[in-house]
Write a protein that binds this ligand. Structure first.
Ligand code: 1GP
Length: 231
């Protein structure tokens, strides 16, 4: 299993999207550091379990990015817990976590839990709408969230989330410069090896999601492109 602090490239599979066995095998055997199971809509326990069982046929590290409490199940290597730092509703930063820990606190293996300080930047993305994120942020705003994640909350990850569109490389570079311990995840709009390499120059971890479903052949090339790029 690849531990999270060694991750450079991850594929994100959406339980609400169809993927056939051949495509899934290509994703799991691509050499990616981990497969994350996560999405915003239609994430049910059945769909999550089915994807987990199918991914488990391969030796790749598999993490669940928790978005719906009712879809959480044992069996993943890691549980990634988003805390949306720029949400305007405190429930997306701590409220949902409080609800979960109140019910399941005794059962949680805290070694498997990794918090992601999310900064959601594409206002058109479902995640931005669902979490009522304030995406009208200046560079200074984003850098302040990054510093909070790193220095104050000591989150393992800070996630620049552009889901669906390519973000600003300049911003990723600036965020990289202020983080010392916290790992920087970049996700959003990566469809080609060149795009993946460009973001991997600054982000510790590059996430490829939609491209799996839209242009798998090109998506698979992002693995090597990220590996070849020094952060
Ligand atoms: C989504 O950051 C990921 O949570 C990846 O984004 O689907 O646009 O690649 P894409």
């Amino acid at each position: 299993m690849k531990y999270y602090d060694e991750w450079r490239h991850v594929f994100k599979l959406d339980p609400n999207k169809e993927i056939d066995d051949d495509a899934l095998a290509l994703v799991c055997e691509s050499g990616t550091d981990a497969v994350i199971v996560g999405g915003t809509d239609g994430v049910t326990l059945d769909r999550t379990l089915s994807l987990l069982a199918r991914v488990r046929r391969f030796p790749v590290t598999c993490a669940l990015e928790v978005s719906t409490l009712s879809a959480v199940t044992p069996g993943f290597d890691h549980y990634l817990i988003p805390a949306v730092m720029n949400s305007t509703d405190v429930k997306w930063f701590v409220g949902k976590h409080h609800e979960a820990v109140k019910v399941y606190g005794e059962l949680i293996d805290w070694e498997e839990v990794l918090v992601e300080g999310y900064c959601v930047l594409n206002d058109k993305a479902k995640v931005a709408q669902k979490t009522t994120a304030n995406t009208a942020l200046t560079t200074e705003d984003v850098l302040a969230y990054a510093r909070l994640a790193d220095k104050m909350y000591r989150f393992p990850f800070f996630y620049l989330e552009y889901s669906g569109v390519l973000g600003s490389k300049a911003l990723v570079e600036q965020v990289r410069e202020v983080l010392t311990e916290t790992k920087l995840i970049y996700g959003g709009g990566i469809k080609t090896a060149a795009e993946a390499a460009a973001f991997a120059a600054y982000a510790d971890v590059v996430v490829v999601g939609n491209a799996i479903y839209e242009q798998l052949e090109e998506a698979l090339k992002t693995v090597e492109a990220v590996r070849a790029q020094k952060a």
